[in-house]
Design a protein around this ligand. Structure first.
Ligand code: UFG
Length: 329
């Protein structure tokens, strides 16, 4: 697997930057392409960096003409459900149309291996739990639809053009680089764990719990938090599977254990040993009560096994990162 040249689109973002590090540490040559709308140049710790946008077909042509990529990993997308409802056009252009530009350029240059960041949001309201790959995909917002469209496009491209892909449907990506070099830095931040930790470090006054009247043991929503390092390992194994000749595939990625919002707050209190001010807020539109992944298929076919499944470990690494962010602000 050394001497591989991998293009990481969105390599300056949260998940992409951790992936760049894993690829480089594994001996690959890595090129990051990022428009820096949501990412940070200083998060790209390895390889070459190209500033550019997937809407720019000329830039893509040049990039592929100048490099012989063996595979492409695509992390660049908009990810906020609420925003996607308010401005669907933005989501369809960035998440679908721009991905078509990337796939078109890959075809033109005969690059036929693609790893795609998909999401639990492609399933919509859960019909059963945990959610496996047979669960119906009926997304309930433009964000989820934009990702499902690309999944379906990829199936057609495999049949018609032989472009092989793996779609990885993340549940709740969380945590940070165990070595403390990288972490989550969304702006604005909307995700539960960084918000709780910002409340612990004093960067934020409090954390609001969105609803305590769900049909769950403590009334708060349950999610399947998966450590960023485990997520990246799954991408690495997915890439290997394509290189070994496996056909296109889709996998759900989570730990198979759900934790409630209250349990995450309790874990954060244990780890940080700080006061965390909690306020109550109404339910957030579009939040299902429980989202938990069945990742048996990824475990069987890819040989994937999460190493950091414990919530306290996820919080420990995220806290290490939050303290660095707090000091450097
Ligand atoms: N929550 C709060 N307060 C907050 C933020 C979140 O109570 O301030 C709750 C949410 O209601 C939810 C849980 O914490 O129950 C997790 O929320 P996140 O926003 O961290 O994560 P989501 O489950 O909403 O989002 C994840 C991905 C998204 C993706 C979505 C699709 O992070 O990118 O799943 O289901 F769109």
């Amino acid at each position: 697997m050394t001497n591989l040249h991998v293009l990481v689109v969105g390599g300056a973002g949260y998940i992409g930057s951790h992936m760049v590090k894993l690829l480089a540490k594994s001996g690959c040559k890595v090129t990051t392409l990022d428009n820096l709308v949501g990412g940070y140049r200083d998060a790209v710790l390895y390889g070459d960096f190209v500033l550019g946008d997937l809407a720019d077909k000329g830039m893509l042509e040049k990039l592929f003409a100048n490099n012989r990529f063996d595979a492409v990993m695509h992390f660049a997308s908009f990810i906020q459900v609420g925003e996607s409802v308010k401005d669907p056009s933005m989501y369809y252009f960035n998440n679908v149309s721009n991905t078509l530009n990337l796939l078109g350029t890959m075809r033109h240059f005969d690059v036929d291996k693609f790893i795609f960041s998909s999401t639990a949001a492609t399933f919509g309201e859960p019909k059963y739990s945990p959610i496996d790959e047979h669960h119906p995909q009926v997304p309930i917002n433009p964000y989820g639809r934009s990702k499902l469209f690309v999944e379906q496009i990829l199936q057609d491209y495999q049949h018609a053009y032989g472009l092989k892909s793996v779609c990885l449907r993340y549940f709740n990506a969380a945590g940070a680089d165990p070595e403390g070099e990288l972490g989550e830095r969304h702006n604005p931040e909307t995700h539960l764990i960084p918000l709780i930790l910002q409340a612990a470090s004093g960067r934020r006054e409090s954390i609001a719990v969105f609803g305590r009247d769900y049909d769950t043991p403590d009334g708060t929503c349950i999610r399947d938090y998966i450590h960023i390092a485990d997520l990246c390992q799954a991408h690495w194994l997915a890439l290997k599977s394509l290189l070994d000749g496996q056909q296109s595939q889709q996998y759900n990625l989570g730990n198979g254990h759900g934790f409630s919002v209250q349990e995450v707050i309790d874990s954060a209190k244990r780890i940080t040993k700080r006061e965390i001010r909690v306020t109550e807020a109404p339910r957030r539109a579009g939040d299902p009560a429980i989202l938990v992944a069945d990742s048996t298929l990824a475990q069987k076919q890819l040989g994937w096994k999460p190493c950091f499944a414990e919530l306290d470990v996820i919080l420990t690494h995220a806290w290490q990162w939050e303290q660095q962010m707090n000091h450097s602000k």
